[in-house]
Design a protein around this ligand. Structure first.
Ligand SMILES: *Cc1c(COP(=O)(O)O)cnc(C)c1O
Length: 375
């Protein structure tokens, strides 16, 4: 099976991990800060804080902004469930705003009318790697004193207007799962220029413990205080060593993904049954996914096309079932047809294989199989 995405691991990555295994510190050692500095430098931010996965990173970001029961946050349904799940863990209520079908991203023009006096944050997702319109979203946030948390789990390595993803929003969360732009095995991070947010996230991942800025007088050198309800979101040096090694290759990975997508576009652009997402002006995508949508005489036949591609050995996937359609969200009271554009997008979408080591030969097979199916 040709997967829709997969990691690219080299001998250098393996050596970096083995080196840590021979060292003294396996967890919360020197590789943590080293990776955080390297990621912050790459994104052009003052701070980066690493986590065991992207879900934990998002959770910590909601904690850092002070999201609490009764607060609302505005987000998109065209995403993995973690984007809103983690806000719910902090007591917040997601308000889903429909997407712009041209990009698959939250429709910035629709946001403002969903803002209430309880809104605390706007949480856009860079669907498939396409940067959300963060400059427009920040303008709205500024008018209403809201925090912008960008879910950049698809978009590390991309940019908008010459600025790297990670440096645009108040906080940006990344995932380093094997299918994402680069991997730590499992891993995540939040980048920010806000030192207070970074400090709160570091406290959150240590069960809410501070080793300075005490509320009570210190009892002695051993003393620490648990001041807020945190979790064990510690990261290992093993994972961070892999992250450091992968980060050095990230730009090459992004180049390769762009090359593969350019070929898909060149060979499939004119196809009457296919529709693609559009990159906004000034945007560079990391192309975590390559989403196509069926139209014309193939509209409504996604299931058949999907099954036929799978049967041919092509590991396509669908991104995404709109989050509020899941039973958990249904039980919270979200109704069908809440975001018609997202539901129509979902009904037509298939993600084709795109990853740095996809061979020309395999891509030729994917294109030929798809053409034949849709002929
Ligand atoms: C992968 C992903 C996450 C969660 O990341 P994990 O590392 O799997 O926890 C969150 N949001 C989006 C959009 C993702 O694609």
């Amino acid at each position: 099976m040709i997967p829709y995405s997969r990691q690219s691991i080299g001998e250098g990555d393996i050596a970096a991990v083995v080196e840590v295994l021979r060292s003294d510190a396996l967890v919360m050692g020197p590789k943590i800060a080293e990776f955080e500095r390297a990621l912050a430098a790459y994104c052009g931010t003052k701070e980066a804080v690493v986590f065991p996965n992207g879900t934990a990173a998002l959770h910590a970001a909601y904690f850092a902004m002070g999201l609490k029961p009764g607060d609302e946050f505005i987000t998109t349904p065209m995403t993995f469930a973690s984007t809103s799940n983690t806000g719910i863990w902090q007591g917040g209520k997601p308000v889903f705003v429909d997407i712009d079908p041209a990009t698959g991203n939250i429709d910035a023009a629709e946001i403002e009318r969903h803002i209430t006096e309880r809104t605390k944050a706007i949480v856009p997702v860079d669907y498939a790697g396409t940067p959300a319109d963060i400059p427009a979203i920040k303008e709205i946030a500024k008018r209403h004193h809201l925090v912008v948390l960008e879910d950049g789990c698809h978009s590390l390595g991309g940019s908008l207007g010459g600025r790297k993803i990670g440096s645009l929003a108040d906080m940006t969360a990344f995932s380093f799962h094997p299918i994402k732009p680069m991997t730590m095995g499992d891993g995540g991070a939040v980048t920010t220029d806000n030192a207070e947010y970074a400090e709160r996230m570091r406290m959150f991942r240590l069960s809410g413990i501070r080793k300075e800025r005490f509320e009570h007088p210190s009892d002695g050198a051993w003393y620490y205080e648990m001041q807020e309800l945190g979790l064990n979101y510690r990261v290992t040096d093993i994972h961070c060593a892999l992250g450091l090694s992968q980060l050095k290759k990230l730009d090459r990975f992004i180049e390769a993904r762009n090359r593969i997508v350019a070929r898909y576009m060149e060979e499939l652009r004119e196809h009457p049954a296919l529709e693609f997402v559009h990159l906004p002006d000034g945007a560079r995508s990391g192309w975590h996914l390559f989403p196509i949508r069926l139209k014309g005489q193939w509209a409504g036949k996604r299931r058949e096309v999907f099954d036929a591609l799978r049967a041919a050995g092509i590991g396509v996937q669908v991104h995404y079932i709109p989050v509020y359609l899941h039973p958990y969200y249904e039980r919270l009271g979200y109704a069908r047809a809440l975001c018609p554009n997202a539901e129509a997008f979902y009904a037509a979408e298939i993600s084709l294989p795109v990853y740095p080591d996809l061979t020309d030969q395999d891509q030729t097979f994917v294109i030929a199989t798809l053409r034949e199916l849709l002929s």
